[in-house]
Every structure is written in C-alpha cells, then in structure tokens.
Design a binder for this molecule. Sequence first.
Ligand code: URA
Length: 256
Amino acid sequence: MAEPLDHMTHEEALAALTWQLELGADEAILEAPLDRYAEAAAARKPATKPAPVAIAPPPVEAGTEALAAAAADLDQLRAAIDVFEGCALKKGARNLVFADGHPGARVMIVGEAPGRDEDSQGRPFVGRSGQLLDRMFQAIGLSRTAEDPAQALYITNALPWRPPQNRDPSSDELAMMMPFLKRHIALAAPQVLVTMGNAATKSLLQTSTGITRLRGQWHAFDAVPLLPMFHPAALLRDPLKKRQAWADLLALKARL
Ligand code: URA
C-alpha cells in the first residue's frame, strides 16, 4: 500500500515522482482496468466501413430564395424565417421580429433591425425610435393600430433579428435576408414603401449612395413607389434633421 503523502516535504514528493518516472511509470492509473492487448488488436484491424462522404450544404443564398418563394402568405413567410438557421444573428436574439401593424395597409415601413426592446417584445419599432416613428406618422393621419387600410401602417425591418450590441447590420447579413424582405413586400403588396435610414434604403435600392442624398425624392422598388427617410434614431441624435423629415412626411401625405 502506498504511504500517505502528507508527511512528505515538497522536495521529497518531487523526488518520489522523478524516481517513478525513471522506472517507466509515466501514465496515471485509471479508475477502470484497461485491456491494452484488446486495444492493440483493434488498432491492427482494417476498417471495414468506408468513411462517410461529406455532402456540402446548398449555398445559403439559393436556400433563402427558395424558402422565401415557397411562402404563399405572410404566415408562411414568418414560419419560414422562424426555422431559417442560415443567419448567425438568430442565435443571439431572443425573438424573431417579423412585423407589426395592418398587413393590408397602403403604406409599408421598412426599418433596419430590431434593438433591445424590439428583441424582447418580438415587435418592430417599440423602443424610443419607435415612439418617435409613431408620433411622426400620426401627424399625417397614419397609425399601426388603424383598422382602415387607408390610415394604417405595416411595419417591418430589413433584418428580423437583433444584431449584438445593436451594431450596424453587415452587408452579408442584409444580402442573406434580402430574399425574405422582397417576398415580404410582394405578399403585403403596399401602395407605397417608406424606408427608414441607410440600411433598408441602400439594400432595397441596391445603391451605395447614402440616405442624406437619397431622401427628398421618390424612388421605386419593383414598381412600388419608395420614399427614403431619415431613421428616427438619427432624428433623436440630430433634431435639426426633423425639418427634412417633416417635408418627407408631407410629400408622403400628398402622394396618398
Ligand atoms: N430601429 C429599427 O430600424 N427597427 C426597429 O425595429 C427598432 C429600431
């Protein structure tokens, strides 16, 4: 039986270990006995089964297009996005943020991506930016709670999951989710699109021109008139921009 070690000094314990190593005891003893002969025999046996062939997954872009196209209505589209595992943002998000408001509304708003409040409630534009957005559109008689499609809003985002720490969406993330957004617009079939901020505007218009130059004029996405506006978060940071935002709201009102 081994001697208890608590009477040994550090030097004595080290010397004992060195001595064992010199004798060839260089492996710790396992809890269960190990049959080294069986292990060696198994190592000599040729493998009988061929190694499984790795099949490359289909390209994510192709998958996204096909999934989006297969959605026949908004419920199916939401379900398709909910099960889509290609975008890493989903792993860090608490909820899918699909849309809010009236799906038959004349006006569809496309924002950037959910923030913390949106992520926890699963609805777009419910935090500080969202409260300003509601007040802005109420000023021209439009609301997400209106039942009449003529006065209603339908609201979504370019990305349905919150980017970590509210960082800007990457161009890869926006491109990956774009087929879903395009299908979302096609299924909601609004008369007018309003994009809030750079990410939504640049992705839908396929341009690198920034919002400051794009706003103030009508554009089109798939033949739907599109009005780019400053993001409400930009208006909160720089209230001087509110004058231009008001001009854009009046242009929208006149168009409707
Ligand atoms: N900003 C956005 O662009 N979308 C939201 O839903 C919230 C904040």
